[in-house]
Design a binder for this molecule. Structure first.
Ligand code: 3PG
Ligand code: MG
Length: 397
């Protein structure tokens, strides 16, 4: 990859490599419920170890305010060891005498995981003294955690000003996939933006409109647009106070010749719950006591036809209340269509965002997309066109 210092250019033999990974994985009842992030960085750990480096893993978990046993990385280090099939030592602090002694005792090929970086306030403050304390443990720093690179923290950014800094292969893959969809995409280019609220995606919509040929709007946020067009969305999730903003977004799109696709029909129910009795209804006929929970079959057909005529797709956010059956249908059908077109070589598809990935996994389509990002907030900020501190610090200057 050009423009970045990358791990393959680094001399790692006999070196202590501080490897920033994102071990911030979902945990349910003490068990890692989705190990995607660990699986993605496993090859990086093995590569460094096999090249004779000593791997020191740095990560956060959760959003602790100081040390908190519930956010300890100890069980995650054990899970990492299981996934990579090698021992991973653990030290219950990421700086200080114990961490330094453990780092010093390492031999080539050893792997050590340090405790949650956010147990120290200096991490999120990007405090130079804390970054220096981390830097004492290693010879070089590798950032392989795109998903936390929107944070200018000591372990995601600060270290890059102290130690020789490199992008890891998972980071490289992420950046390469993204650049394929937004830097020089094959056109037409479509974006799917879904999710509950327009208010959280205003910047995203504004950034995408000048770039994409088609903008497909789904999820609860579509209701805000329908209401802004004077339709009755009943008791659906809707930000009525954003009507003017929504109309303005539609005008911006018209001015940029960006085609907007909104639902034409819906699956509506009287209750917001799984398996609630529902009916298919045109968006012009939603009852005043009804709740829109998914897109209807005509909308699915329309979106699928759009995917059939574009060459590139970037997807963030589900269509309906995908976490409740059967209101995940619309998202699943569109995911299936996108996966099929991708597998047939007709579409380059990149998706990201926590909910989106969960939906694609549930649909069983994630592995047939061109690339599925394990990033949430970082994916969104990247789509918004913002520079990510943990990426910028890796650029060749
Ligand atoms: C994520 O899960 O999006 C990253 O690990 C970043 O976590 P944060 O939002 O707590 O900074
Ligand atoms: Mg998060």
């Amino acid at each position: 990859m050009t423009g970045f210092r990358t791990l393959d250019q680094a001399e790692v033999k006999g070196k202590r490599v501080l490897l920033r990974v994102d071990l911030n994985v979902p945990i349910q009842d003490g068990v890692v419920s989705d190990a995607t992030r660990i699986e993605r960085m496993a090859p990086t750990i093995l590569q460094i170890a096999d090249r004779g480096g000593m791997v020191i893993l740095l990560s956060h978990l959760g959003r602790p305010q100081g040390p908190d046993p519930k956010d300890s990385l100890r069980p995650i280090a054990a899970e990492t060891a299981r996934i990579i099939g090698r021992p991973v030592a653990f030290v219950d602090d990421c700086i200080g005498a114990k961490a330094e002694a453990a780092a010093l005792a390492m031999k080539p090929g050893d792997i050590l995981c340090l405790e949650n970086t956010r147990f120290h306030a200096g991490e999120e403050k990007n405090d130079p003294a804390f970054a220096a304390a981390l830097a004492r443990l290693g010879d070089i720093w590798v950032n392989d955690a795109f998903s936390v690179s929107h944070r200018a923290h000591a372990s995601t950014e600060g270290l890059g000003h102290i130690l020789p800094a490199y992008a890891g292969p998972a980071m490289e893959a992420e950046l390469a996939a993204f650049s394929r969809v937004l830097d020089a995409p094959q056109r037409p280019l479509a974006a799917i933006v879904g999710g509950a609220k327009v208010s959280t995606k205003l910047e995203l919509l504004g950034a995408l409109i000048p770039k994409v040929n088609v903008l497909i709007i789904g999820g609860g946020m579509a209701n805000t647009f329908l209401a802004a067009q004077g339709k009755d969305v009943g008791k659906s999730l809707c930000e009525h106070e954003l009507a003017v903003t929504a109309r303005d977004i539609l005008l911006q799109a018209a001015a940029k010749s960006c085609e907007i696709v909104l639902p034409v029909d819906a699956v509506a129910a009287l209750r917001f719950e799984a398996n609630a009795p529902s009916r298919i209804v045109s968006v012009d006929d939603v009852g005043s006591d009804e709740i829109i929970l998914d897109i209807g079959p005509r909308t699915v057909e329309h979106v699928v036809s759009v995917l059939g005529r574009v060459k590139t797709l970037v997807w963030n956010g589900p269509f309906g209340a995908f976490e409740m059956e059967p209101f995940d249908n619309g998202t699943i059908e569109i995911a299936e269509a996108a996966a099929e077109l991708t597998a047939a070589g007709k579409l380059v598809s990149v998706a990201g965002g926590g909910d989106t990935v969960a939906a694609l996994n549930a649909a069983g389509t994630a592995d047939r997309m061109t690339y599925v990002s394990a990033a949430g907030g970082a994916f969104l900020e990247w789509l918004e066109g913002k520079p990510l501190p943990g990426v910028e610090v890796l650029r060749v200057k």
